[in-house]
Write a new protein. Structure first.
Length: 331
């Protein structure tokens, strides 16, 4: 069994992809094979379908990174390690948990992966991967020494550009982040990511153009404000709700901003919540949770969270926030 690959489950954003790429490349240098499964829209490690897939995959162990932490078992009888920085929704008794939550500042999953992977192999030349994940989640001014070193070594501008490209495909109408991961595994530097030396770069550039066009349309949707909550409700096949929420956050500083997308996934309303008020958004959503809320609702960070609700549950949710028919969606 120990000769089998290590299976890595990861999120499809820059932080998750960089964490998985760091771990995969470090294991390769240490002489160990890996398999990486990128979870896409509507997927999480605790879904029956994903757990069945994990059970059927030959593996020596399982690493779950940047996908949250819960108490539920994913792979009974398997060595499981969580590497994560989100607010834990519970702690599993059958797994090792490496969490950045509670540290100040909170290290991203990719930075935690960088610190862990350094035990297995010399990965100094892969520091830029951790930097992409940090920038993707916390921006280029995040107060980590590792990021400062990477900026001096590679340049802040190229790191930001590489992060933008890596983040683009998950937001497209297809949501296929595999080209971004493949590029992170083969590139020797962030300069190689942003150059056109690899076909994946051109795919990412096209993805960014698609998302940019869709975002401009979504940002023209005016907010509706009730009881200190600003709601921007729109419909797009692209994953725009986090970007729209972040854009309005700085303009509506006295409100909790909720950007909701009824067209992202059939039969669901996906939403992102942001606020400049300092309120704990995870607790806020917990207090306002509708009867239909499940594991897809209210996970993430205290200042950046969201979820997905079925139409009936969404309509109950917005009613609890004080909105009327203008905020409801049809099944």
């Amino acid at each position: 069994m120990l000769d089998l690959p290590i299976l890595i489950l990861t999120h499809n954003d820059a932080d998750g992809l960089s964490a998985a790429a760091l771990l995969a490349r470090a294991f390769t240098r240490a002489g160990k094979e890996t398999g990486v499964r990128i979870l896409g829209r509507g997927e999480n490690p605790w879904m029956d379908e994903v757990r069945a897939e994990v059970a059927q995959t030959p593996k020596a162990g399982l690493i779950v990174t940047d996908l949250g932490i819960r108490a539920e078992v994913i792979a009974p009888g398997t060595i499981v390690v969580f590497i994560d920085h989100h607010v834990p929704q519970g702690f599993p008794t059958d797994a090792t948990v490496i969490s950045g939550y509670g540290e100040q500042p909170t290290p991203t999953s990719s930075l935690l992966a960088w610190r862990c992977a350094g035990v297995m192999a010399d990965i100094d030349d892969l520091l830029w991967l951790a930097a992409l994940g940090i920038i993707g989640d916390l921006g280029s001014n995040a107060p980590f020494e590792e990021l400062a070193v990477a900026k001096r070594r590679y340049g802040a501008a190229v790191l930001r550009e590489a992060t933008s490209l890596i983040n683009a495909p998950r937001r497209t109408s297809t949501g296929d982040a595999r080209p971004a991961f493949d590029l992170l595994v083969k590139a020797k530097s962030p300069h190689e990511v942003v150059s056109s030396d690899h076909p994946e770069t051109r795919i990412l550039q096209g993805a960014r153009e698609e998302v940019s066009t869709a975002l401009q349309a979504a940002k023209r949707t005016p907010p509706k404000i009730r009881n200190g909550v600003a709601l921007i409700l729109f419909s797009s096949p692209c994953q725009l709700h986090p970007l729209v929420a972040q854009a309005w956050r700085s303009r509506l500083k006295g409100n909790i901003v909720i950007a909701a997308n009824s067209g992202y996934r059939q039969g669901w309303v996906h939403f992102s919540a942001r606020s400049a008020t300092g309120i704990n958004l995870v607790e806020f959503l917990r207090e306002k949770a509708p009867a239909g809320a499940d594991a897809n609702y209210g996970s993430g960070h205290e200042q950046a969270t969201g979820g997905a609700l079925r139409p009936d549950a969404w309509n109950e949710f917005v009613a609890r926030l004080g909105f009327g028919p203008e905020a409801r969606v049809t099944s």
